[in-house]
Design a binder for this molecule. Structure first.
Ligand SMILES: [Zn+2]
Length: 1038
C-alpha cells in the first residue's frame, strides 16, 4: 500500500477511500450525492424530486382549522389544550428573573460532588456550565491569535507530579468502526486482569483543561480481584510488524537495553521483540523520487499539473516509521522536513503549520477500552507509535523526552494475548486510535444528544418555501439522527415574536406558545419544549407535518433573530447540544438587529468592503453558547444581503458550521432545493461529537501560536468545540522556539475528547512524526505545496479582516516571491535565467494565482459580499482537500470516457479521466468537459460535440436541443451514460456538501462562471498564469 501512514496489514487505519467506502458499507453512512438514477435506489434517500413535496398534507394537523391562520396579531393558531387557552400570548410571569433552570431529565443520574477535590472516588460535575470559558476575553475579529508570550508553549506539563495512572482492569476492545456509527461496530472485548496497588495521586479536576491537559486518575480501581484472563473471544488483532520505537534524540545517551532484568510477568515474553527498539533512526532508507530533486524552470515547463490527483509528499523517514505514520488526509504539515531552527525556517520563507481533519469519517478505527490510558506523566502525551521503549518497563516520551513507567496492564497485549509486549499494543501500532475514556475524563455525566431547530417563519421565509423542504427532510431523517434513547429534540419559530412548541408526552397535539416580549426573553414551560424524541416522536412528526402550513398566510415581515437565539440558548444551556438556525433575511428587530451595509457599486473595489461584524452581539452569544456546550449551525437562505459577516460569528465561535443558499426559492431555484435536501440529509445523519475539546501538542522546541477554524480558544491552546463534526477542518501555525539540533524526529499529536451520540466519552488521537533537517534545500524538498497554500489561505482571510483585502492579496503574492527568492539566493548555486523552483513547489505560483482568483480574495467581480464572506468561512472551516478543490478545480474531458485505468468499487466501474490544465486552450468544440469546483460541477458542451455524446449521454438529438437550464443527466441505458453518471456520482460521494451539476452551452448564463474558474487564463482584472510567472520572475530576480 503506498499511502503513508497506513499499516500494511489490514484492519487498522483507513485508506483515503474511507469516506466513499463507508458510503457503501451501510445505510446509515453517508451517501452524499447520488445523482438521480442512483438516488432512486439508494437507501435512506428521499427519492422525491424537489418540486414534488410542496403539497404534502399532514395526516393529522396541528390546527384543525389551520386554514384560517389568523396569524399576524398576537394570537396563536393553536388550540392549547392544557395551557392557558387558545390565542394566549405569553408574557413573562411575574417571578421570572431566573425562571428557567431545568436540569437533565434523562441519562445517568448525576454523580455530583460539587467540590470533590479531595475525594478520590468522585467524578467532578460542576452543575450547569463548565469552566467559565465564556469569561475569557474574546479575541478580536477573526483572529484566533493569542499573544505569543514565548512562555506559552504547549508541551510543558500542566500537572507535574504524581505517578502514572493505573487501574487494574485490562479491558481492551478492538472495535472496527465502519462509518463511524458505534452501533455498527464489531465489539470484541477481551479482558486481562492484573492486580495493581498503585493508587496514583488523588487530584480531581473540574476543568476540561486539566482533564485533557494534565489530569491524573482520581479513581484507584481495585474492584476486580480476579486475575484471570478471558480468552473467550475468538478474534485476534491482525498482527502487525514489530513496532519501531527508536526516536531518541541522538544526543541522548540512551538507556541500555536492560532486557534481561525485568521481572517476569505471568507469561513469558519474547525478548527479541525488543530488538526493533534499538535500531537507529536512519535517514538512509529513503528514496525521493528522482523527480523530487529536479529544479524546474517554470517559464519553460509551465504545465506541471499532474494528470492524476496531486498526492501529498511522503516524509523523508525510514520506512519502518513512515509505515506507522498518520494518514495525511487526517493530519499533515506544510513542511514534511522540519527546519532545525527558527533561523532556518525564516530563511525558507515558507509558513510552518499543521492542517487537520481530526474527526473525518473513517472506515476502520481501532478503539481501545482500557482502564489505563497510558500518557506521559509530564506533558500528558498519549503513548503512540513514535515513543521509544528503553526497556520493557520504561518508555520515553517523544514530545518532552520524559521517561515513564510502563503500567503493568500495558504489559499484556490483547492482540496477541501475550505478556511482555508493550510495544505491540494497538496504542503503539496505530497513529490514529480512539480510546473509550473512563469517568475521569468527564466533568459531568455525558450529555444526551440534544437537537434544537430554530426556524424563521416571517413572510419572506415562507415565500422561499424552505420550511416545507426542511420539515420534510427532518421527517425523512428523524430516525437517523445520531443518538439513543436519551435523544432530545425541540423547535422554536420566530418572526417578530418567538414561538415555542410544547411536545410533552401524552399531549394529543403539539401546543404553540407565543412570547411577544422580545426585549426580555423568557422560556415558558421549559421542561416540555426539549423533549425525549422517542417518547414524543408522534408529536414531533405532527408538528413537522403541520409547521409549513401554519404560517402560510403570514404577513409578518420582521425578523427577531437575536431574541430567538437568546431563547434557544436559554433552552439549551442546561444540557448543551446542537442548535440549527434557519434564517432568510437581515434580522431587523430586537437585539442583534442589523442594517444593510452592502453597496452594490463598491462590490468590485478591494477597499471599503465590510468584512468585519457590525455588532459583537453574535460573537458574544456564541461565546455564551460555547461555555454551555452549545454549537450553532447557521443555514442562511437568502436572496438579499444578510450580513453574513455579522451572523456568521454565531457559528464561528461556537464551533458550528455555516451553510449558504443564495437566492433559495422552492420554485425559481429548484437546484438549490435539491442541494439543501441532500446537504440536510448529510447534516442530520452525520456523526456528531458533543462537549468536545481538542488539544494539539508538539515536540519540545516547537510552539503552536495561531489557530484557524471554527472554535473558541479556551485557556491558551485548548480548543473548545461544543460540537465536532466529520466535515470540519482546522489549521494551526507554528514556530521553532528552541533549536531542534538534538533530535532527528519531531512529533505532533492531536487529542480530541468528545461525547459520542451514544453517550460515551471518547478520545480520538492522531500522531504525526516528521524528520528534522538542518539544510535549507531539504526544507524546500519536503515542502507540501497544498498544505502551504491551504495555510496561506487561512492566514489571508485573517489578513483581509484585520487589514484589507488588498493587503491579503499582496501577502499571498509575496509568499511566493519571498520563498522562491530564498530558494534562488540560498540554494541554487548558479543563477540561471528563468524562474527556478524546486520540484516540490512547482505548483506554488499556480495555486497562489488560483487563490487570488478564488471568491474570497478576487477583485473586479460582482461577487456579492455575503458570497465572499461565505467563501472565507469555507476557507477557515473546510478540510484541505475541499479547500484545494474550490480553489483550483479539476477539469476533465468526459465525452470520450473509457474504462481504461478505471476504479472498481463494489462492482461499480468509475472512469478516471486525466486532469487537464485550467485553460480554454484545453477545451475543444468537439468535446464535453466537466469542471469539478468542489461545491459545483459544470459540464461544458462544445458546439460541435459528437452526436454520440449528445444522444447517448445527454439524451438529446442535437446541440440546439440541449435545454437552456439543465441540471441533471438522464439515466440512459447506454454504456456512455453509465460511465458519465458513475463518474459524477463518485465525485459527489467524495464530499460533505452536494455539488450542483450545471450543463452549460455557449449561450448559457453559467458560462461566465465556468470561464472564471479557468485559472490559467487572463481575466479583466487578473493575470494569466504566464503573466503571473513573469511577474514573479521579475520580483525574484531583482
Ligand atoms: Zn511527555
Amino acid at each position: 500500500m503506498s499511502q503513508p501512514g497506513i499499516p500494511a496489514s489490514g484492519g487498522s487505519l483507513t485508506g483515503p477511500q474511507a469516506q466513499n467506502g463507508a458510503a457503501s458499507a451501510s445505510g446509515s453512512s453517508y451517501t452524499n450525492g447520488p445523482i438521480q438514477n442512483a438516488l432512486l435506489s439508494a437507501q435512506g434517500y428521499n427519492s422525491q424530486l424537489p418540486g414534488s413535496y410542496s403539497h404534502l398534507l399532514p395526516a393529522k394537523t396541528l390546527n384543525p382549522v389551520s386554514g384560517q391562520s389568523n396569524y399576524g396579531g398576537s394570537q396563536t393558531v393553536t388550540p392549547l389544550n392544557n395551557y392557558q387557552g387558545p390565542g394566549q400570548t405569553l408574557h413573562r410571569p411575574p417571578v421570572a428573573s431566573n425562571a428557567v433552570t431545568p436540569s437533565l431529565h434523562s441519562g445517568p443520574v448525576p454523580r455530583m460532588p460539587q467540590h470533590a477535590s479531595q475525594n478520590p472516588a468522585a467524578t467532578p460535575m460542576p452543575s450547569g456550565g463548565f469552566h467559565p470559558g465564556a469569561n475569557v476575553p474574546p479575541p478580536l475579529n477573526w483572529q484566533y491569535n493569542y499573544p505569543s508570550t514565548g512562555s506559552q508553549t504547549n508541551h510543558y506539563p500542566r500537572v507535574s507530579t504524581g505517578p502514572t495512572m493505573s487501574g487494574n482492569t485490562n479491558l481492551t476492545s478492538h472495535q472496527y468502526v465502519s462509518s463511524g456509527d458505534p452501533s455498527l461496530q464489531n465489539n470484541f472485548i477481551k479482558s486481562g486482569i492484573t492486580p495493581s496497588t498503585n493508587n496514583g495521586s488523588m487530584m480531581v479536576h473540574n476543568r476540561y483543561d486539566e482533564i485533557e491537559g494534565g489530569g491524573f486518575l482520581a479513581t484507584p480501581q481495585l474492584t476486580d480481584k480476579n486475575p484471570t484472563m478471558s480468552r473467550s473471544v475468538g478474534y485476534s488483532y491482525p498482527s502487525l510488524p514489530p513496532g519501531y520505537q527508536n526516536t531518541q534524540p541522538p544526543s541522548t545517551t540512551g538507556m541500555p537495553p536492560s532486557s534481561l532484568s525485568y521481572p517476569s510477568g505471568p507469561q513469558a515474553f519474547t525478548q527479541n521483540s525488543l530488538g526493533a527498539n534499538h535500531l537507529t533512526a536512519s535517514m538512509s532508507g529513503l528514496s525521493l523520487h528522482p523527480d523530487g530533486l529536479r529544479v524546474i524552470n517554470l517559464l519553460h515547463e509551465r504545465n506541471m499539473l499532474p494528470s492524476t490527483p496531486l498526492q501529498p509528499p511522503v516524509p523523508n523517514l525510514h520506512e519502518d516509521i513512515q509505515r506507522l505514520n498518520c494518514n495525511p488526509e487526517l493530519f499533515r504539515c506544510t513542511l514534511t522536513s522540519i527546519p532545525q531552527t527558527q533561523a532556518l525556517l525564516n530563511k525558507a520563507k515558507l509558513p510552518l503549520g499543521l492542517l487537520l481533519h481530526p474527526f473525518k469519517d473513517l472506515m476502520q478505527l481501532p478503539v481501545v477500552t482500557s482502564s489505563t490510558i497510558v500518557r506521559c506523566r509530564s506533558c500528558r502525551t498519549y503513548i503512540n507509535p513514535f515513543v521509544s521503549f528503553l526497556d520493557q518497563r520504561r518508555w520515553k516520551c517523544n514530545l518532552c523526552y520524559q521517561v515513564n513507567d510502563v503500567p503493568e496492564e500495558f504489559m499484556y497485549n490483547p492482540l496477541t494475548r501475550a505478556y511482555g509486549e508493550p510495544h505491540r499494543r494497538p496504542e503503539v501500532q496505530n497513529a490514529t486510535i480512539e480510546f473509550m475514556a473512563p469517568s475521569e475524563y468527564m466533568l459531568r455525566p455525558p450529555q444526551p444528544p440534544v437537537y434544537l431547530f430554530v426556524f424563521d417563519v416571517s413572510h419572506n421565509a415562507i415565500e422561499t418555501g424552505y420550511l416545507n423542504s426542511v420539515c420534510q427532510s427532518l421527517l425523512d431523517n428523524l430516525d437517523l439522527l445520531p443518538g439513543n434513547t436519551r435523544t432530545k429534540i425541540g423547535f422554536i419559530t420566530f418572526d417578530s415574536t418567538i414561538h415555542f412548541y410544547s411536545l410533552q408526552e401524552g399531549l394529543s397535539q403539539p401546543q404553540m406558545l407565543i412570547v411577544s416580549d422580545i426585549e426580555d426573553i423568557f422560556i415558558p414551560m421549559p421542561e416540555n419544549l426539549l423533549v425525549n424524541l422517542n417518547e414524543s416522536k408522534e408529536l414531533v412528526q405532527d408538528l413537522l407535518k403541520t409547521l409549513p402550513q401554519m404560517f402560510a398566510k403570514t404577513l409578518e415581515t420582521q425578523s427577531a433573530l437575536g431574541p430567538a437565539l437568546q431563547a434557544a440558548f436559554k433552552l439549551m444551556s442546561p444540557t448543551g447540544g446542537r442548535m440549527s438556525v434557519f434564517q432568510t433575511q437581515l434580522p431587523n428587530l430586537g437585539v442583534g438587529a442589523l442594517k444593510p451595509r452592502e453597496e452594490p457599486n463598491q462590490r468590485s473595489s478591494a477597499k471599503e468592503i465590510h468584512l468585519t461584524p457590525s455588532t459583537d452581539f453574535y460573537k458574544k452569544l456564541a461565546l455564551d453558547c460555547s461555555g454551555q456546550q452549545v454549537a450553532v449551525d447557521l443555514f442562511l437562505l437568502s436572496g438579499q444581503y444578510s450580513d453574513l459577516a455579522s451572523l456568521g460569528c454565531i457559528s464561528r465561535y461556537s464551533a458550528g458550521s455555516v451553510y449558504y443558499y443564495p437566492s433559495y426559492h422552492h420554485q425559481h431555484n429548484p437546484v438549490q432545493v435539491q442541494k439543501l435536501q441532500k446537504e440536510l440529509h448529510r447534516y442530520l445523519t452525520r456523526k456528531i461529537g458533543f462537549e468536545a475539546v481538542m488539544r494539539i501538542r508538539c515536540t519540545k522546541g516547537l510552539s503552536i501560536h495561531t489557530f484557524h477554524g471554527n472554535f473558541f480558544v479556551r485557556s491558551t491552546d485548548l480548543l473548545s468545540l461544543p460540537n465536532v463534526n466529520p466535515d470540519a477542518g482546522y489549521a494551526v501555525q507554528m514556530s521553532v522556539e528552541e533549536s531542534l539540533t538534538d533530535t532527528q524526529l519531531v512529533s505532533f499529536q492531536s487529542a480530541l475528547l468528545y461525547t459520542s451520540s451514544k453517550g460515551e466519552r471518547r478520545i480520538r488521537v492522531h500522531t504525526l512524526c516528521l524528520p528534522v533537517v538542518s539544510n535549507l534545500n531539504e526544507v524546500f524538498l519536503g515542502a507540501d505545496v497544498q498544505a502551504i497554500s491551504g495555510l496561506l489561505a487561512n492566514m489571508a482571510v485573517d489578513r483581509s479582516v484585520t487589514a484589507s483585502l488588498s493587503d491579503a492579496r499582496d501577502a499571498l503574492v509575496n509568499a511566493v516571491i519571498d520563498s522562491l527568492s530564498a530558494y534562488r539566493s540560498s540554494v541554487l548555486s548558479s543563477h540561471q535565467p528563468g524562474l527556478m523552483v524546486p520540484f516540490s513547489l512547482r505548483l506554488f505560483p499556480l495555486f497562489v494565482l488560483a487563490l487570488l482568483k478564488q471568491k474570497s480574495f478576487q477583485t473586479g467581480t460582482n461577487a456579492r459580499l455575503d458570497e465572499r464572506i461565505f467563501a472565507m468561512c469555507q476557507v477557515k472551516n473546510q478540510p484541505l482537500v475541499y479547500l484545494m478543490l474550490t480553489t483550483h478545480p479539476n477539469l476533465y474531458r468526459v465525452d470520450n470516457l473509457s474504462d481504461e485505468g478505471a476504479l472498481n468499487i463494489n462492482d461499480r466501474t468509475i472512469p478516471q479521466p486525466p486532469i487537464l490544465q485550467l485553460s480554454v486552450e484545453k477545451l475543444s468544440r468537439d468535446g464535453a468537459f466537466l469542471m469539478d469546483a468542489g461545491s459545483v460541477l459544470m459540464l461544458w458542451i462544445g458546439k460541435n460535440c459528437g452526436q454520440n455524446f449528445l444522444s447517448q449521454v445527454l439524451g438529446v438529438q442535437s446541440y440546439a436541443s440541449i435545454p437552456q437550464t439543465m441540471t441533471d443527466l438522464p439515466d440512459l441505458d447506454t454504456p456512455e451514460s453509465a460511465r458519465t453518471i458513475a463518474f459524477i456520482s463518485w465525485l459527489r460521494e467524495q464530499r460533505p456538501f452536494f455539488p450542483i451539476l450545471y450543463i452549460i452551452r455557449d449561450e448559457s448564463p453559467m458560462k461566465a462562471n465556468f470561464l472564471q474558474n479557468m485559472v490559467e487564463d487572463r481575466t479583466e482584472s487578473a493575470f494569466s498564469y504566464y503573466e503571473f510567472l513573469l511577474h514573479i520572475q521579475q520580483q525574484v530576480n531583482k
